[in-house]
Design a protein around this ligand. Structure first.
Ligand SMILES: Cc1cc2nc3c(=O)[nH]c(=O)nc-3n(C[C@H](O)[C@H](O)[C@H](O)COP(=O)(O)O)c2cc1C
Length: 403
């Protein structure tokens, strides 16, 4: 039988197959980050689709960690536990498994979302997000690591099958890891020997283990990249994988990049400029002159930095990681055919595959793959789903729909 459809153990959690739905922002919570009925319905529906495990969209662990996208979930308040408990109950009743992705946006947010200055690993602000940033003091960083652990405990009480710490895509934990951002001189600074700053993540993992016990599944998502300001590759990436190996996390998902260049994380067949000019908070404009300037001056300037879609575009990082740990690795980014997924797993390049956009357009994708190994996902990588996360509308597929 195809290894892709065989069970895989990640610590105490055994998944029925090796396909996971990677974290995908839902835009389905109210202004206070409380899950709505539509959020519960989404996960109830996905749970019946034979996906090995579901990862929720990133949920903020404290109010200062909110992202700028409207409708983000929060796990910062005990009062929300019963709501999420209803959700996990629905998922389990349909035979699904669900882990919550817990996150803090750090500098990748807006003043509106966090009510003023953002908090970061350093005071360096992000060229794209622009919000002013105050570096966390040492004691605040300790307290925030504790905040992650308290959030994980809420997830455990709410019946989640585990948590995934978001240490990728330029969010706060990733900001601590990156020498291009982390200029701290305290315990949370960059380790000279390895060239990365894992101490903040280390304290989070230790605190989560203390609060939730060693059996509570703890996954971590990280970013590779060949541009040092957006991720780690080569020796620093190997150091990070070895660090996670020592910390005995239960699974490592490897994506790429930071939200500074979001379109390199979710690579498109093309760039949906029309939707960007209309909905992106930084680039939107109603004026014709503004659009012309963006299209003919700004875009050609930015275009060389944008990477377009290619199949399995992060698999090389997974392959590299697998040489340094026996912890299950999940490769995410550009898996679109049954053949690609099966071959990547069969050849040992990755233990599992993560998919985000294909499940937005085709929730029953796993059943299609089981019925036909040659199945090709319907997702066209048009990336409207990604651009529209800024639009106050729930995440959905815009294939053939005018935005
Ligand atoms: C609409 C949308 C929302 C996303 N939300 C998250 C998120 O909340 N957390 C996260 O780690 N990645 C998020 N991602 C990135 C995906 O998990 C994944 O890493 C990326 O899309 C590449 O996988 P794919 O080619 O299967 O889409 C999101 C991607 C999209 C398109």
């Amino acid at each position: 039988m195809d290894k892709l459809f065989q069970p895989v153990a990640t610590g105490r959690l055994t998944l029925a197959n090796r396909i996971v739905r990677s974290a995908t922002f839902e835009g389905l919570c109210d202004d206070d980050g409380r899950p709505t009925k539509a959020y519960l319905d989404l996960y109830a529906a996905l749970a019946g689709q034979h996906i090995g495990a579901l990862l929720t969209g990133f949920a903020y662990v404290t109010p200062c960690g909110r992202a700028m996208q409207p409708g983000q979930a929060g796990i910062e308040d005990d009062a929300k536990i019963p709501l999420y408990k209803t959700m996990t109950g629905l998922v389990h009743a349909r035979g699904g498994k669900v882990l919550m992705q817990i996150a803090h946006s750090g500098r990748q947010t807006s003043a509106r979302a966090v009510g003023g200055w953002a908090r970061g690993a350093s005071s360096q602000s992000s060229a794209y997000f622009g919000v002013k940033v105050k570096a966390l003091t040492t004691s605040e960083a300790w307290a925030l690591a504790e905040g992650f652990a308290t959030a994980a405990l809420r997830c455990q009480k709410a019946g989640f099958d585990g948590v995934q710490i978001h240490a990728a895509h330029g969010y706060l934990v990733h900001q601590f890891l990156l020498p291009s951002i982390n200029d701290r001189r305290d315990i949370f600074g960059i380790d000279r020997k390895t060239g990365i700053g894992p101490q903040f993540l280390k304290v989070i993992i230790e605190r989560v283990r203390e609060r939730c016990g060693h059996d509570f599944p703890l996954w971590v998502k990280i970013s590779g990249d060949d541009q040092p300001q957006h991720g780690l590759e080569g020796a620093p990436l190997i150091h990070l994988v070895r660090f996670l190996d020592q910390m005995k996390v239960d699974a490592i998902e490897i994506s790429c990049g930071t939200m500074e260049r979001a379109l390199n994380i979710f690579r498109g067949q093309t760039v949906p400029l029309d939707a960007i000019w209309r909905y992106n908070p930084k680039y939107k404009t109603a004026s014709i002159l503004g659009r012309l300037w963006r299209r003919y001056v700004l875009y050609p300037f930015m275009r060389p930095g944008i990477r377009l879609f290619s199949p399995m575009y992060n698999l090389a990082y997974a392959r590299q990681a697998k040489q340094h740990t026996a912890i299950p690795i999940i490769s995410v980014g550009g898996f679109r055919t049954g053949q690609e997924m099966s071959t990547a797993v069969e050849r040992g390049a990755t233990d599992m595959v993560g998919l985000s956009r294909p499940f937005i357009s085709e929730p029953d994708l796993v059943d299609q793959l089981i019925a036909d190994h040659g199945w090709k996902a319907k997702c066209l990588n048009c990336n409207r789903c990604a651009v529209m996360t800024d639009s106050h509308q729930p995440t959905r597929c815009y294939r053939a729909v005018d935005v």
